[in-house]
Design a protein. Sequence first.
Length: 288
Amino acid sequence: MRVHSPSLHRLMRTLASMGILTEQAERRFALTDLGEALKTGAPGSARSSVLISGSHWAQRGWDNIIYSLQTGKTGFEKAHGVSFFDYLAQHPDDASLFSETMVGFHSQEPPAVAAAYDFSTLNTIVDVGGATGNLLAAVLASHCGPRGILFDRPHVVQDAPALLDAKGVSNRISIQPGNFFESVPAGADAYILSHILHDWTEDQCLTILGHVRKAMNPAGRLLIVEMVVPPGDAPHPVKMLDIAMLVQMGGQERTADEYKLLLGKAGFRLAQVVPTNSAASILEAVIA
């Protein structure tokens, strides 16, 4: 791609003022540590986050935030005519970028979740909607006993083998493509729903939870990994994320009491809320 050299220099000089580049002799520039973080494959997946946030297709949802506030419906679907996740199913490159973004966005959570809960007594763990398996890999890497099943839509799990190989757990995880609105793998000791329920309406959540309840062992456990909305005016990233759920996906973030009510409608009992060394908590539920 050809560019106008003086204009490119002005852009790079501006990026240097932001700490992304540093200007050197003879009008040359180099990456700073912050700039290095934007490279492909850098820890934290900042590059994918920037590309998603600045993409035309994602921004079109935010263009309709007033519509969402007026109707309670998603601005994304108004802009595109399909839901957020149906759009990704039709655009595999964007879906891969989104999965990478979620790995970076929730980068502190997998080790925090693995350390906060005793997974060692479990034989089989199903990560429902587990994308590329980042959380499940962290859990199995920290607990040598369990085996895992990674369950998500076919276009999502296609990127999982490379990540699982890199994490050294591919021999302990089987990948099962599927749709949690239709069924989930049966007979496991624990089912993880990590940042799943916040994406969907209450009726859709009850459908997902119903399939999990039907599939799980009577003594099994449901482990919901989500940010829980704190009471009062306390600042928390979940309150900003809640607006993204409104505009883009159509779901919502919930308080602990709201999760308790939702779980009760699905035939579960909220047993405990386990904090982690991250913004997310683990809500453990059992069959009521």
